[in-house]
Structure formats: C-alpha cells, structure tokens
Design a protein around this ligand. Sequence first.
Ligand SMILES: C[S@@+](CC[C@H](N)C(=O)[O-])C[C@H]1O[C@@H](n2cnc3c(N)ncnc32)[C@H](O)[C@@H]1O
Length: 257
Amino acid sequence: MVKERRPSALYQRIEELQADAAWGSVLDAGTGANSLRWLASLPTERWTAVTGSEAEARIASEAVGDGMRGTDEVVVGNWADSTLLAGRQFNTVIADYLLGAIEGFAPYFQTYLFGRLRPLTGLRLYLTGLEPYVPTGRPADRGAELIWELGRFRDACVLLKGGMPYREYPAGWVGDQLRRSAFEVRDVKHFAVGYKQSFVKGQINIALHALDQLPDQALAQSLRARGEVLKEEALAWIASEGALRGCRNYVMAAEPA
Ligand SMILES: C[S@@+](CC[C@H](N)C(=O)[O-])C[C@H]1O[C@@H](n2cnc3c(N)ncnc32)[C@H](O)[C@@H]1O
C-alpha cells in the first residue's frame, strides 16, 4: 500500500460510504494520478486502472510507483470497445471524473457508459462528477461569472485547435441513466468547490497550449491577450475573496439493481 494519503473531500466521502465493507477487487474506470494514488492507499485485494490515453497511463503508474503489486494492472483502452475487460467483474468500481472526459475519447457514448460498466460491477459503483457550469447562462455573481468565462475561454481555444472539451452532466441526469442501466442509486451528495490560483493557472495553460497549435497565430495572439486579462482578473478576485465560488462537485453511490 502507498503510505501517505490525504484524500480529497470526494474520496473521503467514498470512504465514508464504503465504511467497514471490504473493497475487494477494484476497477478505477477512468484513472489518473489522483484516483490511483488514493486507490493504492486503500486495503484492496487488487486493482485494475483503465485510461484512454498512454500518457495518462504513464502518469498514473508513476504516481503509485512501487505501490503497484504484481496483481494490479494499468490498462489502456476505450469503453466504446466492447472487448475491453469483457467477462471481468470487480467488487467495487470507481468512475472518478470519467463521465465528463468521455467526450474526448468516445463522443456520444455517455448514454451507454453505465450499461457498459454494469456487468463489470459486482457490488458497488462510486461516481464523482462536476455539475455543468459552461453551458449555462451568465451567472449573476462575479466569482461564478469568472469561472464561467474561464471555462468558455478554455473550451473555445480547445475547439479552435480541433480538440474535444470536457462535457459534464448534472447529478439528476446521471441518476436517471444509472437507473436505466439497472443500477439503484444509494446516495448522492454535493460539495461546493472553492477554486484557487492553481485552478486558474491550469485552465489558462490548457487554453495557451491549444493556442500554440493554431495555424492562425494572429488570432492566437489576440486570444492570448484575452487569456492574460481573464487570468489577472480571476487571480485578483481570489486575492480579495479567497476563492472563485459557484461550482459544485458530487459523489454518487449505486448498486446493481
Ligand atoms: C479527467 S481524467 C480522470 C481523473 C482521474 N480519476 C484523476 O485521478 O484525477 C479522465 C480519465 O478517463 C479516461 N477516459 C475518458 N474516456 C474514456 C473512454 N471512452 N475509455 C477509457 N477511458 C476513458 C481518460 O483517459 C482519463 O484517464
């Protein structure tokens, strides 16, 4: 087991919901450094971590280092491929920010995701997600408006470069889809998010990275200037108000019906 563990509020919630039940075999269905580091700190029997990207597989594997046992595995594949882990079953399945990222790997597959994960789930599915904040009207509160502007700016730059931005889904939609996919929803809890400097810099960096790849560098240059203004405004807001507020994460627990 990896020793140092400081789980985020969402991972802590999953641990609370799991309580004294054994984790058994675990599938991290959309892995990354955060979820895999957390998972490797838990008393699991073994784990399988899936990602759609070779780069993410490398980053996640490096994050757990020698916390990976002989029976643990990192698998690169796509849930839209019906042969991926076909016939396998896990006691516990974790879908940590997987749904929002599906758009980049299997657009329009979101409605099939839980049906795909259902036969793989022996006892429990835990899902974390973010209430959509980009495809909404302009928020009245300035802090929330800055998050909205950052999200729209980031996604516009990613789209211009030819990429696929994340597409988040509301918890209500997720609950409906889980029930349609033969799961029973056991618990839903929302968590208010307070975004700090690292969030702002991360979002702007995604945009700048996309802009570097635009063929029209005159357009890229004026967008970079817009990004700089937005970053300074957001950082000034955080300096005076402590955080950008207005977004909510959620954790859901479901079981095979
Ligand atoms: C936002 S990241 C997940 C965050 C991660 N749990 C962490 O530690 O922060 C989304 C993950 O889901 C994976 N993913 C998205 N769509 C996928 C698909 N269709 N098939 C397989 N993996 C997918 C991505 O490759 C990535 O590993």
